[in-house]
Design a protein around this ligand. Sequence first.
Ligand SMILES: [Zn+2]
Ligand SMILES: [Zn+2]
Length: 189
Amino acid sequence: MSGRVEKSSRSKKTLYRLSLADRIERCGVDVMPCSFCEKRNLRCRMMEGVSRCKECCRRGRSCDGSGVTLSSLQRINAEEDRLVREEEVAEEKLLRAQQEVNEALSKLMRLRAQKRALKTRGVDMVNRGLRSLDELDEQERAESDAVVAVQSQGGVGVIDWSSVGIPGIDWDALGGTSQGVQHSSSSAS
Ligand SMILES: [Zn+2]
Ligand SMILES: [Zn+2]
C-alpha cells in the first residue's frame, strides 16, 4: 500500500517535472549550454526568470546554466564580423585617400618648381632686355656726340638720314631747308 503511494507520488513528481520541462521547451530560448548539457551534448534551453534549464529541470537536478542566449551570442559574433569588415573598408578608404593626397602633393610641388623656373626665366629676359636697351642708348649717345663734334667743326652731311627713317631724300635738292645743311661749304665746293 505504502509502496504504491510512493510510486504514485514519484510518478506525479516526474510528471510535474516533465510538464515544467515542456513549459521551458515552449517558452524558453536556446542558451549557452550548462555543464550537464554540454557534457551530454544536449540542446540547453532556459526560460526567463527560471534558474534551471529544461534538461536539468526534467531530471530534477541543479543547473549551472548562465542563461546567455545563443541568439545574443550570435548577435555579438555577427556584430564583431560586421565591425571587422567595416574596419577593413575604412582602412582601404584611408589608404586610397592617403595615396591621392600624396599624388596631389607631388603635383603641387612640381607646379611650384615650374613656377619658380618660369619666374627666373622672366627675370633673366627682363635683365637681358634692359642690357640691350642700355647698349643701344650708349651707342646712340656716342653717335650723336660724334655728329655734334663734327658739326661744331663745320662739317655737314654727317647725319646718316637713312638711319632716321627717311631714306632716299636729297636734302641738297630741297634747297637746304634742313638745319645744319644751310651754309654748307662742303656741298658748295
Ligand atoms: Zn542545460
Ligand atoms: Zn542545466
